[in-house]
Design a protein around this ligand. Structure first.
Ligand code: ATP
Ligand code: MG
Length: 565
C-alpha cells in the first residue's frame, strides 16, 4: 500500500493551476468571495466510476487547497431510479479515495419543503404557472433549435389559480404526467432550456428519504442551483453538458429570495478508452451478467478498481495528470495503468507465483533437504524487510519458461542450458520426461550449489526465471484481468455489449504460490516477479482459499497491439 491513503499526504505537493483555480484566485483577490465552498453532487442511481473520481478530486481538492470545505450531497430528485445501497456505496468510495466531506451528508430531498416554498414564491411573482399540456403537446410547443416555441394556453393563468392548482398537485389530486409547474421565461429564447422549463412534475413514487410524503418532485435544474445556494456553495463545478443550463441556474437564483448566488463553472468530462463512463451503461453490464456486479474488478467503478488492486493514490495521481480544461477528449487507458504501475512498483512487495506449473527435479540435491532463503520484499527498498522462501529437490517453474530448443533471444531455460532461479541457484537442464502422449511433464536438472548469491564459474546462465518449491508452496486461484472492451470507444458502437473483450477474464485455478503468500491479507498488493502486479481479492481471498486478481501487467502489452493494427 502507499505510505498514506489519504489525499492529505499530497498536500505538500505543488498545487496545480487551471482555469477554475484562476477564477477562484481572482474572486478571492477582488473580494467577490471570501471563502471557498464546493460540493460533489452524485445521484444515487449507481456506483461511482472513474469519471466521478475526477469530479471528486476537483471539488474536494480545490476545497482543501483553499482552506474551504466540500459537501457531499445526494442529488436525489428522481425517486424511481435511486437506492439507499447506492448512496452507501458512494459515500464509502469518496472516503476510500481519501476525502472527507464537511459535516453530515446532505440530500437535495432535505430541501423539498424549502424548494416548494420557492416555487410558491415564483408563482406569486407571476413567473411560474401550472400547465396542463400533455408531455407530447409540451414537446410540440417547445419548438426546435431553429424555430421558436409557442406559448402554452395556460401561461397567463391568474396567480390565485396557479397557487390553488399547485397545492392540489401537492395534495395528490392529479395523475402522473397530467399537469406540471413551469417557469415563465421565454418561449422564443435561442436557449431551449429557457423555454418555460418544468419545475415540478407529478410522480406518485416512494422516495428513499421522504417516503410517501411527496407526490410532486422538483426537477434537477430547479433543485440543483437552489440546493447549492442553500448550502452557501461559492463555486458550483460541473461538467460541460450543463453549460447551456447555466442561464437557467442563474435565472432561478435571481428570481427567488436567497442571499447566496454560487457561480457555476463547467469543465470537460473524463472519458477513458476501452471502457464506459456512464452509469446507465454500466448498469446494463451488471444486469446482463457480463460482469459480476458493480465492483467486479473489470469495472471502471471506484469499487471495481479498488478490488482490482488500484490504490486511491494511483487514481488521484492519474486524475491529476488528466488536467482540468474545457476541451473534450478521451484519455488512453495506458495513462491510468501507468499511474497504477508506478505506484505498485514503489509499494508492492515482491513474491513468486507459478501460474502454469512444470515439475523440475534437481537430481543432485539431497532428497529431504529444505533450505530457507531470505529474499528481499522489495529489491530497492531494504526497509520493507525480507521474506522467507524455501528451496528443495522438487521445484515448479512456469511451462512458458522452458523450451527444448530456442534462439538467443529466449532468456529462459533450454535443454542443455543453464538459467538462474530468482533469489536462488543456477540450474542446468539435462533431460526431459514425457508422458505417453509426448507432453513434457517433468525436467531433470542439475543445481550448481556454488551459485547462491554469486556467478557460476566458467559459464553464463541465459536469464532468470521464477519458481516455487513444490512442497513449500500453496495452491491459488489467479484471475487474469484484461481490458473490458476490445475497441477504444465502445460507447460509439451500435451495441457496446458486442465488443466486450472475450479474454477480459482468464481464471487460472491451479497456480502455486510461495508460502509467504499464505499470509496475504485481502486487498494486499504484490508484484509476482516476472508476471505482473496482483492483489488478494477483497472478498474471496482467505488463508484457506488464496485468490489473487491481476491488477496490471508489468509492461503495457496493448501498446504493441495497437501500434500494429
Ligand atoms: P452518468 O452519466 O454516469 O450517470 P452523471 O453525470 O449523471 O453520470 P451524477 O451522479 O449526476 O452522474 O454525477 C455527479 C457529478 O459527477 C456531476 O457533477 C457530474 O458532472 C460529475 N461527473 C459525472 N461523470 C463525469 C465524468 N465522466 N467526468 C467528470 N465528471 C463527471
Ligand atoms: Mg446526472
Amino acid at each position: 500500500m502507499s505510505d498514506s491513503n489519504t489525499a492529505d499526504a499530497e498536500a505538500s505537493n505543488v498545487k496545480p493551476t487551471n482555469f477554475i483555480r484562476n477564477i477562484i484566485d481572482n474572486d478571492l483577490e477582488s473580494g467577490k468571495r471570501t471563502n471557498v465552498q464546493t460540493r460533489f453532487p452524485p445521484e444515487p442511481n449507481g456506483f461511482l466510476h472513474i469519471g466521478h473520481a475526477k469530479s471528486i478530486c476537483i471539488n474536494f481538492g480545490i476545497a482543501k487547497d483553499y482552506n474551504g470545505e466540500c459537501n457531499l450531497r445526494f442529488d436525489d430528485t428522481n425517486p424511481a431510479k435511486e437506492e439507499a445501497a447506492y448512496a452507501e456505496a458512494i459515500a464509502n468510495d469518496v472516503e476510500w479515495l481519501g476525502f472527507k466531506w464537511a459535516g453530515e451528508i446532505k440530500h437535495s430531498a432535505d430541501y423539498f419543503d424549502r424548494l416548494f416554498d420557492y416555487a410558491v414564491e415564483l408563482i406569486e411573482k407571476g413567473v411560474a404557472y401550472v400547465c396542463e399540456l400533455s408531455m407530447e403537446e409540451m414537446r410540440d410547443y417547445r419548438g426546435t433549435l431553429t424555430e421558436p416555441g409557442k406559448n402554452s394556453p395556460y401561461r397567463d393563468r391568474a396567480v390565485a389559480e396557479n397557487l390553488d392548482l399547485f397545492n392540489r398537485m401537492k395534495a395528490g389530486e392529479f395523475e402522473d404526467g397530467s399537469i406540471a409547474l413551469r417557469a415563465k421565461i421565454d418561449m422564443s429564447s435561442p436557449n431551449i432550456n429557457l423555454r418555460d422549463p418544468v419545475i415540478y412534475r407529478i410522480k406518485k413514487a416512494h422516495h428513499i428519504r421522504t417516503g410517501d410524503k411527496w407526490c410532486i418532485y422538483p426537477t434537477y435544474d430547479f433543485t440543483h442551483g437552489i440546493s447549492d445556494a442553500i448550502e452557501g456553495i461559492t463555486h458550483s463545478l460541473c461538467t460541460l453538458e450543463f453549460e447551456d443550463h447555466r442561464p437557467l441556474y442563474d435565472w432561478f437564483l435571481e428570481n427567488i429570495t436567497i442571499d447566496c448566488h454560487p457561480q457555476q463553472i463547467e469543465f470537460s468530462r473524463l472519458n477513458l478508452e476501452h471502457t464506459i463512463t456512464s452509469k446507465r451503461k454500466l448498469n446494463l453490464l451488471v444486469n446482463e451478467g457480463v460482469v459480476d456486479g458493480w465492483d467486479d474488478p473489470r469495472m471502471p467503478t471506484i469499487s471495481g478498481m479498488r478490488r482490482r488492486g488500484y490504490s486511491a493514490a494511483a487514481i488521484r495521481d492519474f486524475i491529476g495528470r488528466t488536467g482540468v480544461t474545457k476541451k473534450v477528449h478521451t484519455v488512453e487507458m495506458s495513462l491510468l495503468e501507468n499511474s497504477v504501475r508506478e505506484d505498485l512498483g514503489e509499494n508492492a512487495g515482491r513474491a513468486m507465483a507459478v501460474l502454469n506449473p512444470l515439475k523440475v527435479t534437481l537430481v543432485n540435491y539431497p532428497d529431504d533437504k529444505v533450505e530457507s532463503i531470505q529474499a528481499p520484499i522489495h529489491p530497492q527498498k531494504e526497509s520493507m524487510g525480507k521474506r522467507e522462501i524455501f528451496f528443495s529437490k522438487t521445484i515448479l517453474i512456469d511451462q512458458a519458461d522452458f523450451r527444448e530448443s530456442a534462439n538467443k533471444k529466449y532468456k529462459r531455460l533450454v535443454l542443455g542450458k543453464a538459467v538462474r532461479l530468482r533469489n536462488a541457484y543456477v540450474i542446468t537442464c539435462d533431460e526431459i520426461v514425457r508422458d505417453g502422449q509426448g507432453n513434457i511433464v517433468e525436467l531433470l536438472c542439475t543445481v550448481d550449489l556454488n551459485t547462491l548469491g554469486k556467478n557460476p564459474e566458467g559459464y553464463k546462465p541465459k536469464g532468470v526465471i521464477h519458481w516455487v518449491s513444490e512442497s513449500h508452496s500453496k495452491p491459488a486461484t489467479v484471475r487474469l484481468y484484461d481490458r473490458l472492451f476490445n475497441v477504444a470507444n465502445p460507447a460509439a458502437e451500435e451495441n457496446f455489449l458486442d465488443c466486450v473483450n472475450p479474454e477480459c477474464l482468464v481464471e487460472v485455478v491451479d497456480a502455486r504460490v510461495e508460502l509467504s503468500l499464505g499470509e496475504a491479507k485481502p486487498e494486499q498488493v504484490f508484484q509476482f516477479e516476472r508476471e505482473g502486479y496482483f492483489c488478494a481479492d477483497r472478498y474471496q481471498h482467505s488463508a484457506d482459499n488464496l485468490v489473487f486478481n491481476r491488477t496490471v501487467t508489468l509492461r503495457d502489452s496493448w501498446a504493441k497491439i495497437e501500434a500494429k493494427s
